[in-house]
Design a protein around this ligand. Sequence first.
Ligand code: KG4
Ligand code: ZN
Length: 344
Amino acid sequence: MRVLGIESSCDETAAAVYAASGGLLSHAVHSQVADHAAYGGVVPELASRDHVRKLPGLVAGVLRDAGLEPADLDGVAWTRGPGLPGALMVGAGFARSLAWARGLPAVGVHHMEGHLLAPLLEPDPPAMPLVALLVSGGHTMLVQVAGFGRYRVLGESVDDAAGEAFDKTARLLGLPYPGGPAVARLAAEGTPGAVRLPRPMTDRPGLAFSFSGLKTAVLHAVQAAGDDPQGRADIAHGFQEAIVDTMAIKCRRAVAQAGSPRLVVAGGVGANARLRERLREEAEAGGFTVHYPSLELCTDNAAMIAYAGALRLAAGERDDLDFSVRPRWPLAELPVPEGGEASR
Ligand code: KG4
Ligand code: ZN
């Protein structure tokens, strides 16, 4: 089965072709970062318009790279949500029209299920069951994964997502959008231990996260540091350590609670080098293994959508023609695939 995947939930336009035998045949991502940078964040209308402009060329490109014609496809997968409504509609309309015109089955994929499954696209993928730490611009959650489609959310953020905390901290530090990579770069120049920020919700049991208080702590530290460049680097360092430490503590707990020997980390913040390093240490000390997608499959991409879609199509899921997008879509509302046993 050869499936075209289309991703347009936020500010990346992406297309990919995944084959059940052969794996990922091609994928391409166009980042809109330059279009939104001047505004300090994603402007939804600009995002939608750029998806309209870029999607046809990207799809033609990935088909060419895979050596395929549209007639060679067996299905189309697209991101149904969560994400920006207008941006999602562009991918949905394109994918559903193409599928209809070619008489192909189509399936709308949950963006976070895509992230969750991305580590399985790597060589030597981890077996299930496992625990997934999903950390993106809009979500921070720990998920117990019994098998494909069998997910139980163990804990999530009660306010800001980890990526959002990076982006807001970047803004407070006067760094450009997107904030994650910029904060990480500045953090490398900071003095370890110079600024210590709180590790929210680690002093009590449970797997929930909260990052909005951290943002306030950053604000106060920035006001105290004034224009001192070293002071700002120290804040970036202290912030990154606080986020990474908080996630490491919760991951250790989640793995113990789930009795799982495997942790996968995915979503844009999963690209953070310090987080990867710290979780590797945690895994070594805690007797579990940790698995990451490559950097290009960690941030938004369509390979993960094509892959998740291929699994759902193989399990018999199909969209009707009266499809809709789900800008807000709790992971717990995903259908359990045929033959899978509900674990929630
Ligand atoms: O998964 P993703 O590409 O898009 C969403 O689904 O949201 O995640 C984007 C988020 C942004 O908040 C961005 O600042 C953050 O991931 N991010 C990082 C890094 N690279 C991207 N955060 C920390 N360190 C990074 N290296
Ligand atoms: Zn994402």
